[in-house]
Design a protein around this ligand. Structure first.
Ligand SMILES: CC(=O)CC(=O)O
Length: 249
């Protein structure tokens, strides 16, 4: 087999004859979000966020999210759950993606290799239980998060919902050479720019996080639920771009 590194139509990843994921662009139809914004401990938040990102010390917030993706071109069906943290970088507001637990291998591999999504294997679920929207996250056999929200109690403004899911995302891209030395250590930025909101609601919400050594969501403890949203949207993801190279600083 001849390897042509300039042929961009080929998905050059392994296994060579049956790659672990398809070539993006990934388009999501009816992506459904349960987002719960909560106040946490400022020292815990400071310890989680890499500089030069800045947190809001006066208002230390985290967004816990569970996303059900029933129709994703090239990746299939999956659910994802994690935490993002509101930050500022170069005077721009955005969210630092702190953790993501996902139940689909191609989504994990492509997210980590092509972008910088901090994805690990996990078992999130999003479903309606009678009058309640429920989001759960299991890691192995243990429950690490349970979120509940009144189902479609109050409609949200669709433009506000669009702004919520289109905030810039910042992530850490880390790759090493064969000796374990850092080859890439970047802060990267991406943003959803193509989102069609199909519905958005809010309602009463609660969130419980449980201690786990390898899925340490509870290290950012819930002090108070601030807001919650349930959003259904079609979205397209964009590639990430480096915005800060730690190897040069
Ligand atoms: C496809 C990706 O890597 C991003 C996501 O799952 O949200």
């Amino acid at each position: 087999m001849k390897i042509d590194i300039h042929d961009l139509s080929k998905n050059l990843t392994t296994p060579l004859t049956a790659p672990a994921y398809s070539v993006p662009t990934y388009k999501f139809v009816n992506r459904e979000y349960l987002n719960i914004v909560y106040r946490t401990d400022v020292n815990a938040l400071r310890a989680a966020v890499p500089e030069p990102l800045e947190i809001d010390e006066e208002s230390p917030l985290v967004r816990f999210e569970v996303m059900w993706m029933p129709d994703v071109s090239g990746l299939g069906v999956y659910t994802e759950s994690g935490q993002v943290i509101p930050v500022q970088f170069n005077n721009e507001e955005g969210d630092y993606v702190h953790s993501m637990y996902v139940d689909n291998f191609p989504a994990i591999a492509s997210g980590r290799e092509l972008t910088a999504y901090p994805k690990k294997w996990g078992a999130p679920k999003l479903y309606v239980d009678s009058d309640t929207l429920v989001g759960t996250l299991d890691y192995g056999s243990l429950r690490v998060a349970t979120a509940t929200m009144g189902y479609k109690h109050v409609e949200l403004d669709l433009e506000e919902a669009r702004k919520e899911i289109c905030r810039p995302n910042f992530m850490m891209k880390i790759a090493t050479d064969y000796n374990g030395q850092l080859r890439i250590c970047d802060l990267v930025r991406t943003q959803i720019t193509d989102a069609h909101i199909k519905g958005a609601w809010t309602g009463p919400a609660r969130l419980q996080l449980f201690e786990h050594a390898l899925a340490p969501l509870a290290d950012l403890p819930v002090q108070e639920v601030v807001s919650a949203s349930h959003i259904v949207a079609d979205v397209t993801l964009n590639p990430a771009k480096p915005v800060y190279n730690y190897l040069l600083h």
